[in-house]
Design a protein around this ligand. Structure first.
Ligand code: SF4
Length: 480
């Protein structure tokens, strides 16, 4: 099946032409469909459509075929049901995070789109989440009947509600160099451990990210942990992963956290469950990060749920997303970032940066599109205590790229912990010199003390305090 899928992408141009011709001819059969009825037409066309599309595209009959805008690579084959470009976990060889034997469908899509060329945008279209009611129905029966359901997202409507910016948003908008750190919620109902971790960063950071089941592992909920931090005077960024909740639950959680004073939300697709402590769990992935951003933005600006139903009051949200400049398809990561900014991301936190040169290349492309003027780019940095731990992370944590010279340098040092911290400080200072980088985001499992010391030693907090950089956040995310 995989071989035929590759064949279809390699021959995307010819297949797209064939699709075009069929789409033009199909409406001529509309009188026949009205004669026999839409249901009967669906029943007649469905088996043929299923057979042909399964053979060539490994089709899952989602009922909203988007093959012609995804380079003839079917996105329903993506284990995370990504609708708007690849997740951050693509492997260095372009294969899937979840199924290492399969090439990422979005890496394939990008190559198919380039094959087709012509008037097709050089990047995947911004697609709506799947409408689950249409599963197992024939797309072509609806093409014939000219009853096409929208699959592409409309441009963001103008905001109808404006909110006073909260603390973290103000810092991001001020142009000052931002420092954030990440904390994992505890494995207990006792908030003491969470607060102890947060206190390590007191006075050192502008906000503290609370991870949401990172790596597919179960912990206290990020919304509850973020509310605890808020009540204790910290500024949390509540991470919201699409892996564990459908669109109903996720909107409810955002509203609930906002009711408890949480304002900052980082929208993520989430890691696959297979690497976590509940590999037998059902991955939900009803939405991807881009769809979640769009929904959260609509809640804030239009005061409506994804269904269109009116909220009694719109929440005041400051929205972020992630980016991974260090994994393929490298050149197209920027297009994915743009989709996120257009969907409403006001700040971006990247995957771990251990390769400043790669990040500098990425930032050049960010500046060319002016994305840093619409969203604050906060680069992920960090260290682990030994070279062995770093190597393990590079091989086992999806989306992390650690150049061998970094692990070699740490392994050769008399104190690996001190050398890792030294590299971290050097990296942070180097990043601060790259135009468009608006801050750093520190991550490191159970390494809070080392990270907090590194922030102080880097001098970044004092060097940039009150000194606006060249970056100034311009708007609420609408990017032309
Ligand atoms: S790497 Fe990510 S985006 Fe690509 S197919 Fe796998 S899960 Fe989907």
């Amino acid at each position: 099946m995989q071989a035929l899928r590759h064949w279809s992408v390699r021959h995307a141009r010819g297949l797209a032409r064939l699709y075009d011709v069929c789409a033009r001819v199909a409406p001529r059969f509309a009188p026949l469909v009205s004669l026999i009825g839409a249901k009967r037409a669906d029943r007649a066309i469905r088996p043929v459509e299923r057979l042909a599309k399964q053979m060539f595209f490994d089709c899952k009959m989602c009922g909203q075929c988007v093959l012609s805008s995804t380079g003839m690579s079917c996105p329903t084959n993506c284990a995370k049901e990504m609708r708007n470009g690849p997740c951050g976990g693509v492997r260095e060889n372009g294969h899937c995070e979840v199924d290492p034997a399969m090439r990422c469908v979005w890496v394939e899509a990008v190559s198919g789109i380039k094959q087709i060329g012509g008037t097709l945008p050089a990047q995947p279209a911004s697609l709506l989440p799947i409408d689950r009611r249409l599963r197992e129905q024939s797309t072509w029966a609806r093409v014939i009947a000219n009853d096409i359901v929208p699959v592409r997202a409309a441009p963001a409507p103008a905001p109808v509600a404006a909110h006073a910016p909260q603390a973290f948003e103000q810092v991001c908008r001020s142009g000052r160099f931002v420092v954030t750190a990440e904390v994992a919620p505890p494995d207990s109902p006792d908030p003491a451990a969470l607060l102890a971790q947060a206190r390590l960063f007191e006075g050192q950071v502008d906000a503290i990210n609370i991870t949401d089941g990172a790596g597919g592992n179960c912990h206290m909920s990020s919304a509850a942990a973020a509310a605890i931090l808020t009540a204790s005077g910290f500024t949390p960024v509540c991470q919201v992963a699409c892996r564990d909740r459908n669109r109903i639950a996720v909107q409810g959680d955002i509203l609930g956290a906002a009711a408890l004073g949480v304002r900052n939300f980082l929208c993520l697709t989430g890691d696959d469950v297979s690497q976590g402590d509940h590999p037998q769990a059902k991955p939900v992935f009803d939405l991807d990060a881009v769809s979640l951003l769009r929904i959260a933005r609509t809640m804030r600006e239009q005061g409506t749920f994804a269904s269109g139903r009116k909220l009694d009051a719109a929440p005041n949200l400051f929205l972020g997303a992630t980016a991974n400049p260090f994994m393929p398809p490298y050149a197209d990561r920027i297009a994915n970032l743009q989709l996120k900014v257009e969907a409403g991301a006001q700040f971006i936190q990247t995957q771990f940066c251990f390769d400043v040169k790669m990040l500098a290349d990425f930032m050049r492309a960010v500046r060319e599109r002016g994305l840093h003027k619409h969203a604050r780019i906060i680069v992920g940095v960090g260290t682990l205590s030994t070279a062995k731990a770093l190597r393990w992370m590079a091989h086992h944590v999806p989306g992390v790229h650690v150049p061998e010279e970094v692990t070699r340098r740490i392994a050769a040092a008399s104190s690996q912990r001190a050398e890792g911290q030294k590299i971290l400080i050097e990296t942070m200072r180097a990043l601060a010199d790259i135009e468009g980088v608006g801050g750093v985001h520190l991550m490191g499992h159970r390494n809070g003390e080392v990270l907090a010391e590194a922030i102080a030693a880097s001098g970044l907090r004092t060097a940039f305090a009150g000194t606006p950089s060249t970056i100034k956040l311009e708007n609420q995310g609408a990017c032309k």
